[in-house]
Design a binder for this molecule. Structure first.
Ligand code: UDP
Ligand code: MG
Length: 211
């Protein structure tokens, strides 16, 4: 009797263990745009690490506001303790509202070794990473798109100075993380330079075959 209760509980916990897709690619590669479309079609919850940091930064009286602001402007990667806390809180809140909502797109994370180690240490037992969706896009196209977006995004980092630093951080710190996942067979690559609708055709092929 006791054993079957435990069995049922364990089954329930396993069923609820969140499933995560990491969404990576350079700044402006199309992560956020495509995530919105994936949410509409496949019902995932979209968590952009950058958006979570920006919203934390703009909160009144937050301990980390200044730090986050300067890291973002410099295109540097915020210490993982801060980012993971925000991601975990957002996931927990979503699942507390509705336990069935347990699939997440985590957009713009993990961006470096510190991020990856932090995730492995704190989240490996609590979430399954299904795959990494990688929007592959040249630096030139990425920069052009972010400058265009900068005309009305209001973001402090969509300008030439910040962008050059963001691209450098991407090449030095994030690309090696993607390469590491590639070796584990976890990367699903999409050509991010095409139009939004064309890219989404390729994205759907991936999600249809994974689900
Ligand atoms: N950022 C970070 N850690 C993260 C995600 C974002 O430190 O896990 C910071 C980093 O400074 C980055 C900025 O937030 O350059 C903007 O990230 P976002 O993902 O919003 O930019 P995107 O790649 O979508 O243009
Ligand atoms: Mg984004």
């Amino acid at each position: 009797m006791v054993i079957s209760c435990w069995g049922a509980l364990i089954r329930k916990l396993l069923m609820m263990k969140p499933k995560v897709v990491f969404v990576l690619g350079g700044p402006g590669a199309g992560k956020g745009t495509q995530c919105v479309k994936i949410v509409q079609k496949y019902g995932y919850t979209h968590l952009s690490a950058g958006d979570l940091l920006r919203s934390e930064q703009s909160k009144e009286g937050t301990q980390y506001g200044e730090l986050i602001g300067s890291y973002i402007k410099e295109g540097k990667i915020v210490p993982v303790e801060i980012t993971i806390k925000l991601i975990k809180k957002a996931m927990d809140e979503k699942m507390a509202q509705d336990a069935a909502k347990n699939t997440f797109l985590i957009d713009g994370f993990p961006r470096n070794t510190d991020n990856l180690n932090g995730w492995n240490k704190q989240m490996n037992d609590h979430a399954d990473v299904k795959f990494v969706l990688f929007f592959d896009c040249s630096n030139e196209v990425c920069i052009q798109r972010c400058l265009e977006r900068g005309k009305d995004s209001g973001r402090t980092d969509d300008n030439v100075q910040s962008l050059l630093k963001r691209i450098q951080t991407y090449m030095q710190s994030t690309k090696p993380i993607i390469d590491q996942y590639e070796k584990e067979g976890k990367v699903r690559r999409v050509d991010g330079a095409k139009s939004v609708d064309e890219v989404f055709v390729d994205v759907q092929k991936i999600f249809d075959s994974e689900n």
